[in-house]
Design a protein. Sequence first.
Length: 97
Amino acid sequence: MPELKAEVQVKVKNFETSQVYVWSQEKFRDKLVEMRDALQAFEEQDFTELTKDQDPFYEEPQPILLGQAYYMLGGLPYLLDNPRQVPIIAPNNDVYG
């Protein structure tokens, strides 16, 4: 029987932008070291405003899939207008647009 290998990932949410990131174990360990360094600098009163490169909580925004929309392209070869509005449906069935 093949051995199943589970990988633990960390889900991180930026509450200011509502962006969600998924960190691997290795990335989380690296970020944890950066967080501890920032906390130590803060406690020693040597704390200055962090740049984006130094901020352990900053993550470059990545494009995400909001949902899917299905649109009939049957009239496209005939250049027909289609005034229909197509909703963007998320995987949890919420409408996002």
